[in-house]
Design a protein around this ligand. Structure first.
Ligand code: PEP
Ligand code: MN
Length: 337
């Protein structure tokens, strides 16, 4: 349930309502908008009598929230969540582009890519040090060595780093190097991991599971939010369908739909979403057009030699062209790049 306070409700009135709800064994989430305050009620305390709350001073009305996600919902938090990553406001008019290799393979590969994407205008460097691979015989990533290379690339370019964490025990290690913790599609419902990143002092990039509904994605975000971490970026990266010409089917409608349902920023991964480098540019333009807050794109200096995801990786020159081609689309929808 949410309690909508009257315009101009006083702090004392808000505090009284909060105290009453807490007395009933529930938690409170305050959302202070420009015009009015909304008090969200979470938890399973004693049943709350709506009429009693509505009789309290300063209360306009109460609204029952039927959706299973609360903290992630726009009803609880009507304004967009915006937070800074290295001075870039994600969720604002400014689009955020994350780019880099699928996996950190070597110092030379990473630094060449990092400088190239920075030059082309990317805001965040991506690169996996711990890779979730379908086969145990495929390259699993460089581990901590990869994290150290990412930190070196950040030092040289100034770009913050997003990198995947696979396991709850790994969170402290990855968080010492990463600016953003990535939860991959395969781990979207790894609740122990969601709990661990919920307690970490780092923003989280939460990717949609390849067989997950939008509601399941928002419930996964709810786990992170309920453990105290509000800096979450959601990512549409395609879902598995019967289609064989693409690696996944990118659900472009998920972007405006999630933005209706939730206040959290949403970005699109056209690389995993299509699996084909030729499709990355047109799909990136579509993502910006439908209101995505940013993109995460795989770039490799020599895709034909990549240890993972070469077929969907752009060469640095193509990434630079893509960045240019996004500008008019961004401008058309009132965003900047
Ligand atoms: C990745 O970003 O390289 C990755 C493994 O993505 P996903 O979890 O979306 O498959
Ligand atoms: Mn990849």
């Amino acid at each position: 349930m949410i309690v909508i306070m009257k315009q101009g409700a006083t702090e004392v009135q808000i505090a009284n309502v909060t105290a009453r709800i807490e007395q009933l064994g529930c938690r409170v989430h305050l959302s202070e908008g420009k015009e009015r305050t909304i008090i969200g009620i979470i938890g399973n305390g004693r049943p709350i009598d709506r009429e009693q709350i509505e009789l309290m001073d300063g209360v306009e009305r109460t609204v029952r929230i039927l959706r299973p996600f609360k903290l992630a919902s726009r009803d609880f938090h009507p304004l967009d969540t915006v937070f800074a990553i290295n001075g870039i406001q994600i969720g604002s008019r400014q689009l955020v582009v994350m780019a880099g290799p699928c996996a950190v393979e070597s110092r030379a590969q990473l630094l060449e890519t990092a400088h190239a994407v920075k030059e082309a205008g990317a805001h965040v460097l991506r690169g996996g040090a711990f890779k979730p691979r379908t086969s145990p015989y495929s390259f699993q990533g460089l581990g901590e060595e990869g994290l150290k290379l990412l930190a070196q690339a950040r030092e040289e370019t100034g770009l913050p780093i997003v990198t995947e964490v696979l396991d709850p025990q790994q969170v402290p290690l990855v968080a010492t190097y990463a600016d953003i913790l990535q939860i991959g599609a395969r781990n979207m419902q790894n609740y122990a991991l969601l709990h661990a990143v919920g307690e970490a002092q780092r923003p989280v990039l939460l990717k949609r599971g390849m067989m997950s509904t939008i509601e399941e994605l928002l419930m996964a975000a709810e786990y992170i939010l309920s453990h105290g971490n509000e800096r979450i970026i959601l990512c549409e990266r395609g879902i598995r369908t019967f289609e064989q010409y693409t690696r996944n089917t990118l659900d472009i409608s998920a972007v405006p739909l999630i933005k209706q349902l939730s206040h959290l920023p949403v970005i699109v991964d056209p690389s995993h979403g299509t699996g084909k480098w030729e499709l990355v540019e047109p799909v990136s333009r579509a993502a910006v057009a439908v209101g995505a807050d940013g993109l995460i794109i795989e770039v490799h200096p020599h895709p034909e030699e990549a240890l993972s995801d070469g077929a969907q990786s752009l060469k640095p020159e193509r990434f630079a062209t893509l960045m240019q081609s996004l500008r008019p689309v961004a401008a058309a929808v009132g965003r900047t790049l």
